[in-house]
Design a protein around this ligand. Structure first.
Ligand code: NAP
Length: 414
């Protein structure tokens, strides 16, 4: 695009579900952006989403019956891809075709995590974006979470600069299980919790270990070692619970995907120093709600963050009754007792700064901090971890055999 910077970025959403609504709420804290269109399959979902845009004062959002109609609307500059993982590539193919044929003026695209289900798919996502001349951003919110922004800045400025770079990053993300059937279906989602949540942990850990301003290639992945397990949801009682909740398409007695994953990623910096990422994720954690734990350790310092260790806590006695909700914290499991409350979830999880960053980069024609290339690099690590878990061995990088690798639980991807 030669006529950049634009004063405002006009965004069209693909998807109107859980994460689309989270992004919307966060955009109240972003300047220079309007939400001008939405496409998802069901009219009632689009109508609900458009009404939210109006209520939040984020623009006049038109509901589009087809993706092509959204893309051909001349008021749309950029697309946020927020639909399920199995719809990614088709969505990107349509964007590519419309832009290449000159039917769409879209010049930028942002895509939710994980970029794709396999390396082959992720590579194709990147190729399509590049071939259509699109600026591209990978939506990894944890990189933009306020404790990560602040913690990384302080660690590197005060401690690493005087005593040496950090060498170990630990990341964990756990909750009690996803909210829609497709997440539990290995072929649709791309795997189980390793694909769904380890993508966050490895990328935020890599980001914390990377010197501010240095490119991704300043750290080289040497090897990965992964473990996957089924701790909770294959137990007959819980497998039946899943089937009741999500229908016969989620059959954890016969076709489970993992609900626990552990990773060790060994890296090297440009001077040959050894660095380590330790990550663990699960869908088998029943605490107050979603728990993100992060640590960054160096020779004379340590940073730590726990998303449930909130400053704000509210106690409710057993006399307090009411409906179940997620109004205190994401993936909330209780409404009584001493409950942690995240007073600004969109900010602390990173959506506000993420959307501010992507809006500003796209508006000005600059390359975002996280691009589809980063999304591809994350998928490479995830596939290495799945392969490692499958063969029971460490996988050394580069690993060309991963190019056409599909995790065991996703092998019926068509
Ligand atoms: N960053 C994070 O922490 C985070 C958290 C949650 C999810 N995510 C990611 O965000 C994506 C969506 O997850 P979600 O939780 O929002 O899922 P969700 O609640 O199931 O919502 C999916 C949305 O996509 C729409 N959709 C389904 N098929 C579509 C298609 N072919 N074309 C266009 N829209 C379609 C659905 O609406 P219709 O039925 O009307 O089509 C729905 O609005 C996933 O990739 C997930 O990994 C990221």
């Amino acid at each position: 695009m030669s006529n950049l910077p634009k004063e405002r970025l006009r965004v069209g959403f693909v998807g109107s579900g859980f994460i689309a609504q989270f992004h919307l709420k966060s955009m109240v804290g972003v300047r220079n952006v309007d939400v001008v269109g939405v496409y998802s399959r069901k009219a009632e979902n689009r109508a609900h989403f458009s009404a939210m845009v109006t209520e939040l004062g984020l623009g006049a959002c038109k509901s589009h019956e087809t993706l092509e109609s959204l893309l051909r609307d001349e008021s749309v500059d950029a697309i946020w891809i927020l639909s399920p993982n199995y719809t990614r590539l088709d969505t990107m193919r349509t964007i590519h075709a419309e832009v290449k044929a000159g039917r769409s003026r879209v010049f930028a695209v942002a895509c939710e995590k994980p970029l794709a289900r396999t390396i082959a798919e992720a590579r194709e996502m990147l190729r399509l974006a590049q071939d259509a001349g699109l600026n591209h951003g990978y939506l990894e919110n944890q990189v933009f979470s306020t404790p990560v922004l602040r913690g990384k800045e302080i660690v590197w400025r005060r401690a690493a600069s005087t005593t040496g770079r950090p060498y170990l990053a630990r990341a964990a993300e756990e909750h009690s299980g996803p909210h829609e059937a497709w997440f539990w279906q290995g072929d649709k989602q791309g795997g189980g919790v390793l694909s769904d949540m380890m993508c966050h942990s490895v990328e935020v850990a890599r980001h914390l270990l990377t010197e501010p301003g240095a490119p991704r290639k300043s750290l080289r992945v040497k090897s990965v070692n992964g473990t996957v397990a089924n701790l909770k949801w294959t137990r007959p009682h819980y497998a039946d619970q899943l089937k009741q909740r999500y229908g016969s398409g989620v059959d954890y007695r016969n076709h489970p995907s993992e609900d626990f994953a552990r990773a060790t990623v060994s890296l090297e910096d440009e001077e040959g120093n050894e660095l380590m990422i330790e990550a663990t994720t699960s869908w088998a954690y029943v605490g107050a709600g979603l728990r993100i734990q992060l640590e960054l350790l160096g020779p004379e310092y340590a940073m730590e963050f726990n998303s449930l260790d909130t400053g704000l806590k509210i106690f409710m006695s057993r006399a307090v009754t009411g409906s179940e909700g997620e109004d205190l914290v994401e993936k909330q499991n209780a409404e009584q007792g001493l409950m942690p409350v995240l007073e600004d979830e969109a900010g602390i999880y990173g959506y506000t700064d993420e959307n501010r960053h992507m809006t500003e980069c796209f508006r000005k024609g600059e390359t975002p901090l996280e691009t589809f290339e980063d999304g591809l690099a994350v998928v490479e690590i995830l596939m290495g971890l799945y392969r490692s878990a499958e063969i029971g061995e460490t996988v050394r990088f580069p690993a060309p055999e991963l190019e056409d690798y599909v995790p065991v639980v996703a092998r019926h991807i068509s």
